[in-house]
Write a protein that binds this ligand. Structure first.
Ligand SMILES: Nc1nc2c(ncn2[C@@H]2O[C@H](COP(=O)(O)OP(=O)(O)OP(=O)(O)O)[C@@H](O)[C@H]2O)c(=O)[nH]1
Ligand SMILES: [Mg+2]
Length: 384
C-alpha cells in the first residue's frame, strides 16, 4: 500500500457538474437505493422484475399505448446503445433528473450497465433506463467484456435508443462512422430476423454543438441515413448537457411503455448497491484527475462500509492499479493526488447519500484485469 488517505467531512458541495434536471424538480439525493445482484443478465432481470411485480404486460405485448385503458400504470425498460463518449450517461442522468451514472470527457468511462429510474407523471409511467458501456473496437479483455455487456443490454427491454453524437455526424458531413454504421446494421439485422422486437429510436445528442441553422438539415440527413437502413422507428434530438429535448423524450418513452405495475418504489433512482456507487464515484475522480492511460489501468473496490451511530458512514475504497510503478502516480507528490481524489469523491458521496461520509482510500497494485471474480462483481463476462 502506498497511500492511505482519509477525507473527513467538510462543506457539502455539488461536485457532480451535471445538467440541471429538466423535469423541473432537481432530485438532490438518492433515496432508498436497494441492493440487488447487479450482475444478472438484462433479459432475465426484466422478466424477473416483471414476474416479481405480478406484471402481465410483456415487452411489446398486447397492452400497447393504443389499447390501454386511460390512466393505467405503465412500466418500460429502455436500454441505450451507442459509441463511446456520445453522452449516454449524461443523457440518462438528465432523463432521471439526478446523477446516477458517472461522466467524464474520456472515452470508455462506463464499464457496466447502470440503471436509472424515473416516474413520468403525465403517463403514470415508471421508466427504467439501462446505461451501457460505449461500443468501440475492443482489444483488451475488459474492453471486450464491456462491449458485450452493451450489446446484450437491448435483449428483453421494451425500447432501445441508439445514442449518436450530433456534432460528430455534422463534422463528418453527414456520414456515419464505422462504429455507427456497425450499430445501425446490427440493429437492422436483428430486427429483420426477429431477434430484436423492441421499439428502436435514434437519439441525436450534443445538438448544442451544431450551429442552429444547420440542425434541421442534419437531423433530416441522419433520418435518411439511419432510417433508410430499417433500423429506427423514431428520432429524438437532444442536448443532454443543456437539457434540450429531454422532457419530450421522456414523455414519449413513457407513452410507449407497456401497461403494467411499477417495478420499483416511486422514490428509487437506481438499483445499484451503495457500495458499487461509492466505488463509481471514486472512479469518476480517477478518470477526471489522472491522465493518459492510467484511468484505464485502474479499478476501484469498496472494501468496507460501516454505519456509525451518529448517522455518518465510514467507507474504505481501494484504488487498484495493475503495476507497482503506477501506485506512486496515483498517490502524487506527497499524496497530493490521492488526497484530491478523496476530497472530491467524499463531497460527491455526501451529496448523493445525504449524510456525513468518512472516506479512506488505499492504493494497491493487483492484476484485477485478469481476475474473473472482479469481472463478475461488475456483471461482466470474463471469457470473451
Ligand atoms: N456539449 C455537450 N456535451 C455533452 C453532451 N452530452 C454529454 N456531453 C459531454 O460528453 C462527454 C462524454 O459524456 P458521457 O455521458 O460520459 O458519455 P458516454 O457516452 O456515457 O461515454 P462512455 O461511458 O465512455 O461510453 C462528457 O464530457 C459530457 O459532458 C451534450 O449534450 N452537449
Ligand atoms: Mg457512460
Amino acid at each position: 500500500m502506498v497511500a492511505a488517505f482519509c477525507a473527513t467531512s467538510g462543506p457539502a458541495v455539488n461536485t457532480w457538474g451535471c445538467a440541471r434536471a429538466p423535469r423541473g424538480e432537481w432530485v438532490e439525493t438518492l433515496r432508498s437505493l436497494r441492493t440487488n445482484a447487479g450482475s444478472r443478465r438484462v433479459a432475465r432481470r426484466v422478466r424477473w422484475c416483471r414476474a416479481a411485480a405480478g406484471a402481465t404486460a410483456a415487452a411489446g405485448g398486447e397492452s400497447s399505448a393504443e389499447t390501454a385503458p386511460a390512466g393505467a400504470p405503465r412500466c418500460g425498460f429502455v436500454s441505450f446503445l451507442g459509441p463511446s463518449n456520445t453522452g449516454k450517461s449524461t443523457l440518462m442522468n438528465a432523463l432521471v433528473g439526478a446523477k446516477v451514472a458517472i461522466v467524464s470527457p474520456k472515452v470508455q468511462t462506463t464499464r457496466t450497465r447502470v440503471t436509472g429510474i424515473v416516474v413520468e407523471r403525465s403517463c403514470n409511467a415508471q421508466l427504467v433506463f439501462l446505461d451501457t458501456p460505449g461500443i468501440f473496437r475492443a482489444k483488451r479483455r475488459l474492453d471486450r467484456a464491456m462491449v458485450r455487456a452493451a450489446w446484450q443490454s437491448g435483449s428483453g427491454t421494451d425500447m432501445v435508443s441508439l445514442i449518436f453524437d450530433g456534432r460528430e455526424f455534422w463534422q463528418s458531413a453527414g456520414k456515419l462512422n464505422d462504429t455507427q454504421q456497425e450499430i445501425v446494421e446490427a440493429v437492422a439485422t436483428r430486427r429483420a430476423n426477429g431477434q430484436l422486437k423492441a421499439h428502436v429510436s435514434l437519439t441525436v445528442n450534443k445538438i448544442d454543438l451544431v450551429p442552429e441553422p444547420e440542425r434541421d438539415a442534419l437531423v433530416s440527413r441522419m433520418r435518411e441515413v439511419v432510417g433508410g437502413q430499417q433500423a429506427v422507428d423514431e428520432v429524438f434530438v437532444v442536448s443532454a448537457l443543456r437539457g434540450t429535448g429531454i422532457d419530450r423524450m421522456r414523455r414519449r418513452l413513457a407513452e410507449l411503455s407497456p401497461v403494467g405495475p411499477w417495478l420499483y418504489p416511486e422514490d428509487d433512482l437506481s438499483d445499484m448497491p451503495q457500495r458499487l456507487l461509492a466505488a463509481e464515484i471514486v472512479r469518476e475522480q480517477v478518470f477526471l484527475q489522472l491522465r493518459h492511460e492510467l484511468p484505464y489501468a485502474t479499478a476501484v473496490e469498496t472494501e468496507e462500509w460501516t454505519e456509525r451511530p451518529d448517522g455518518s458512514v465510514v467507507i474504505l475504497c481501494t484504488v487498484l492499479v495493475t503495476r507497482d510503478s503506477q501506485k506512486g502516480i496515483v498517490a502524487g507528490a506527497k499524496g497530493s493526488r490521492i488526497k484530491s481524489i478523496g476530497t472530491q469523491a467524499r463531497l460527491a458521496m455526501e451529496r448523493l447519500f445525504d449524510r456525513k461520509v468518512h472516506l479512506y482510500l488505499h492504493v494497491k497494485s493487483r492484476k484485477w484485469d485478469e481476475n474473473p471474480a472482479h469481472f463478475r462483481s461488475w456483471g461482466l463476462e470474463y471469457d470473451v
